[in-house]
Design a protein around this ligand. Structure first.
Ligand code: DOR
Ligand code: ZN
Length: 352
């Protein structure tokens, strides 16, 4: 039976939420990933050092890594959950002072910028991309080597939002050539093409945007569990994403954008945006890369590129995947995953 081993898989864009949801979903990521970049779009968003450290503490608790509760730790270990998982924390972009950024620089992997109102809990994001207003913060980030992570969509027509945002990436990348800018969850050929235009632009790509296009979301019966922002685009966009992911392009990293919402919020008139993939992401990646004879490049996509781009050295973890069918659960604690109830071709055999 075909097997494939991954070392230190990393999820470079993950929503863990808070409270009971956090407790339910965090162990699903900490089981198979060495670390994840945790999004700050809580209610309210994470904008202070205290909020950041408290949130990190709650994540470590939820993944059984605060060692004051030995019984809970033992239980998680028996179940195969928890341990050796680093939450790489992010702040929600505001125009911050340099003093503040100096104080938090060691605690964060980057700062996540949301255009105001563009997606879940982003109302207090950036309302206008006025460089004069943003310059002190972005210059300080550049000096302190704090990457800028961007949700790159305008408020234009939904299919054009990402492509329209390219001029903003262009402006930022040119004005701050030493600032590392990560184009998060790219969905278009336009974004793929940007990678070769600026040395300081990088990208994350989700598994769902590699597997689906808009037809899969609304071409037949409408699939709320595939609805996310940015929305999946055209087949030619999907093909462009696939080509850079499958080749293990050094400027591209895996970021699931796994975004759990309760079932009732997805199966609703006014469906929340987000695809929940955390527990099946590595299995789906193995299946996809195997079917494209690209398994040898998966390690770069799912860990090595991110280690270089972000200069991180994750905790050791070895995940053995095997080409054995896995029936995806209908839900995980009330959250419906992608491919719920369907059978996928690869499973996780072992995590060390
Ligand atoms: O589909 C999405 N869901 N896109 C985002 O940008 C945010 C995310 C969420 O937080 O639910
Ligand atoms: Zn996201």
């Amino acid at each position: 039976m075909k097997q494939h081993t991954l070392l230190m898989p990393l999820d470079m864009h993950l929503h863990l939420r808070d409270g009971v949801m956090l407790e339910n979903v965090a162990p699903l990521s900490s089981y198979s990933f060495s670390g994840a970049v945790v999004m700050p779009n809580l209610v309210p968003p994470v904008t202070t050092k205290i909020a950041l450290l408290d949130y990190k503490h709650r994540i470590l608790n939820a993944t059984g890594q605060n060692r004051y509760d030995d019984d809970f730790d033992d239980l998680l270990e028996e179940e195969g959950f928890g341990g050796d998982f680093e939450p790489f924390m992010t702040l929600f972009y505001n125009n911050y002072s340099k003093e503040f950024l100096e104080e938090v620089a060691d605690e964060i992997i980057g700062i996540k910028l949301y255009p105001a109102g563009i997606t879940t809990n982003s109302e207090s994001g950036v309302a206008s991309f006025d460089l004069n207003e943003m310059r002190p913060t972005l210059e300080a980030m550049s000096d302190l080597e704090i990457p800028l992570l961007v949700h790159g969509e305008t408020d234009g027509f939904v299919m054009d939002r990402e492509a329209e945002f390219m001029s903003i990436y262009e402006m930022l990348a040119t004005a701050f050539p030493k600032l590392k800018i990560i184009m998060e969850h790219i969905t278009t050929k336009a974004a793929v093409d940007m990678l070769s235009l600026h040395d300081n632009l990088y990208a994350t790509i989700t598994i769902h945007h590699l597997l689906i296009n808009l037809d899969d979301v609304v071409g037949g019966m409408m699939k709320p569990h595939l609805f996310c922002k940015p929305i999946a685009k055209r087949p030619e966009d999907q093909a462009a994403l696939l080509s850079v992911a499958l080749e293990g392009h050094p400027k591209v990293m895996f970021g699931s954008d796994s975004a759990p919402h309760p079932q009732h919020a997805k199966e609703a008139c006014g469906c929340a945006a987000g695809v929940f993939t955390a527990p099946i992401a590595l299995q789906l990646l193995a299946e996809l890369f195997d079917e494209n004879d690209a398994l040898d490049n998966l390690q770069a996509f799912v860990s090595d590129n991110a280690q270089v781009i972000y200069s991180i050295c994750p905790e050791f973890k070895e995940v053995t995947l095997v080409q054995e069918e896995f029936k995806v659960p209908e839900n995980y604690s009330g959250v419906v995953p992608m491919f719920a109830g369907e059978t996928i071709k690869w499973s996780i055999e072992n995590v060390d």
